[in-house]
Design a protein around this ligand. Structure first.
Ligand code: ADP
Ligand code: MG
Length: 255
């Protein structure tokens, strides 16, 4: 399958009164339609910066992002962004939180509101629609944040450590759950995580970044033999430990 996005030699530095911080250096990789890409790398290496560039929130200083839609059109994919914190507003009910993006973008159409209803039901949040965010568990809050993101029908989802605020057990289930829904919806996803096991279990391909300034140290295509489709299946796959060791080596041996 061809790449829908092609990052070519992306470079970026932050400039301040105290000087220059080079965050990204010569980053190139492609993103295929429907693909799940995980980006791993040491803390502070430039992962969030890279995601902001892909989201169009930051202009790359060097390099380009080429668009290559299968139908030949040149529009940039519609982006959905999910951050570490769920950013739900306590003064709004769960329902009014999940429709916030639709409200802000003047997209309160019948279709979009139906999508929200379906997602609320699928995610078991239907009965909690009139609650406040603080009355939900961490996993439910994250699901509400995902519904808000999916309501705008993005083609490319960018997730910046979306599960790191959850406790370990919740995280296993929520990450699996959320990624399954994103796959079922046929979306393309780029997820940043510092959890190597999460990267291996969720991604089709893992991009390993070096310490700052980040370069692409390695791209790893993940192929797992899955016994079933439980959240733990990937972690029990025979190939799992081999990938883990390979990634660990890459991350702990900086050249
Ligand atoms: P990561 O997400 O991998 O932890 P970031 O992309 O957030 O890393 O940041 C990469 C580097 O750029 C870090 O050293 C950080 O301190 C620096 N940085 C991030 N944002 C800014 C900013 N707005 N101004 C100056 N430096 C920044
Ligand atoms: Mg970050």
């Amino acid at each position: 399958m061809q790449n829908i996005l092609e990052l070519k030699n992306i470079g970026y530095s932050y400039h301040s009164l105290h000087g220059e911080t080079k965050a990204l250096d010569n980053i190139s990789f492609g993103v295929r339609e429907g693909e799940f890409i995980a980006i791993v790398g040491p803390s502070g290496c430039g992962k969030s910066t890279l995601l902001s560039i892909i989201a169009g929130l930051l202009e790359p200083e060097e390099g380009t992002i080429a668009v290559n839609n299968p139908d030949g059109s040149l529009h940039y994919p519609k982006i959905g962004y999910m951050l570490q914190k769920d950013h739900l507003f306590e003064w709004r009910s769960v329902y009014r939180n999940v429709i916030l993006g639709l409200e802000l973008n003047h997209c309160m159409t019948k279709e979009c509101l139906e999508t929200v209803e379906r997602l609320l039901t699928d995610y078991g949040l239907d009965k909690f629609r009139d609650k406040r965010p603080s009355e939900l568990s961490g996993g439910m809050k994250q699901r509400a944040a995902l519904i808000r993101t999916l309501a705008l029908e993005p083609q490319l989802l960018l997730l910046d450590e979306p599960f790191s605020a959850l406790d370990y057990q919740t995280r296993l289930f929520v990450s699996e759950d959320i990624c399954r829904l994103i796959r079922a919806a046929g979306k393309t996803m780029i997820i940043i995580t510092h959890d190597l096991s999460e990267a291996i279990s969720l991604a089709d391909r893992i991009i390993v970044l070096s310490g700052r300034p980040a370069i692409v140290k390695r791209e790893v295509t993940v192929n797992l033999t899955l016994a079933d489709d439980s959240p733990l299946a990937a972690r029990n796959a025979p190939e799992f430990q081999g990938y883990f060791n390979m990634l660990w080596e890459e991350l702990t041996h900086e050249h």
